[in-house]
Design a protein around this ligand. Structure first.
Ligand SMILES: [Zn+2]
Ligand SMILES: [Zn+2]
Length: 287
């Protein structure tokens, strides 16, 4: 497997990325009633034959449970309080549906104290996970996603300050999982960065490095023979890269699912000493 410069995308990037007369949509807020179900379907579509097949199947089960819990009314006013309600409901939905090891982790987490759960959530948000956390972290991450997505969905786009060069989510402050070049409708040709916690997407000008703002040292790389899938936007100015997903070439994409499915690209790009911008909330735990 080797890297391949994506000429067609590089050429497309030179275009402004906007249909004449159209202004960018600064923000797209999530729909928790649909997004987890769509993710579960996308994971199951992409998993067969993927090196992460089993892990993607597990995340699909989590997404199924998230979808069921998202339909339940919120019980608290803030994501900081709501997430533990969502965790309890998630763990209940998943009871008896998981393989043995995951079921043991689920049961142990369900029996842990509020203080232990809060401490684990703090380590996830702070990026300070310990080895012993890995088995419980995906459940807590799934609950945090639920609570933060509920929060984001309750906002009005006009009340959120977003700039076209923001490198962190304007709602929750997380780094992006990936960028998506949209196809069709009011967002045709625009790039939005996607948050892996609250699922807000925010517009970011194309063909500029999300980390340092540089435009001249960017290149686009994909895996040889897989030019239709994910690409890495690499910056030689600051040696960082962003995963880029092109909707036209990957209909029905989900940033978290498609990012998981293209781990091989991350491995190749990191071997060339580029540092990833942001993390996949489920990739960190799957390694
Ligand atoms: Zn966010
Ligand atoms: Zn840069």
């Amino acid at each position: 497997m080797s890297l391949h410069p994506s000429d067609d995308t590089a050429a497309a990037m030179e275009a402004a990325g906007l249909v004449p007369g159209q202004s960018p949509v600064p923000l797209r807020l999530p729909d928790p009633g649909r997004l987890f179900q769509a993710r579960a379907g996308r994971l199951r579509q992409l998993a067969p034959g993927n090196p992460l097949e089993d892990w993607m199947g597990f995340v699909a089960c989590l997404s199924d449970a998230q979808h069921l819990v998202a339909a339940q009314p919120a019980r608290a006013d803030s994501p900081e309080q709501q997430w533990r309600h969502d965790l309890a409901a998630l763990l209940q939905e998943l009871a008896g549906r998981l393989p043995q090891t995951a079921e043991a982790a689920r049961a142990a987490l369900a029996g842990s104290s509020a203080a232990e759960q809060e401490a684990l959530a703090g380590r996830i948000i702070g990026g300070q996970l310990e080895a012993a956390d890995m088995i419980h972290a995906p459940f807590v991450m799934a609950a945090l996603q639920l609570a933060w997505s509920r929060h984001a969905a309750s906002l009005t786009p006009g009340s959120i300050a977003a700039t076209a060069t923001a490198r962190a989510c304007p709602v929750c402050g997380s780094a992006p999982v990936a960028g998506v070049i949209h196809s069709g409708g009011e967002v045709e040709g625009q790039r939005h960065l996607h948050c892996g916690l609250c699922h807000t997407a925010w517009h970011h000008v194309r063909a500029t490095c999300v980390s340092c703002g540089d435009a001249k040292d960017l290149s686009y790389q994909s895996i040889d023979g897989q030019e239709g899938g994910a690409q890495a936007e690499t910056c030689d100015g600051c040696r960082s890269y962003l995963k880029l997903l092109v909707e036209k070439k990957a209909l029905g994409l989900d940033p978290i699912a498609d990012d998981l499915a293209s781990l091989a690209l991350d491995i190749l790009v990191s071997e060339e000493n580029y540092q990833r911008i942001g993390i996949n909330p489920f990739l960190l735990m799957g390694e």
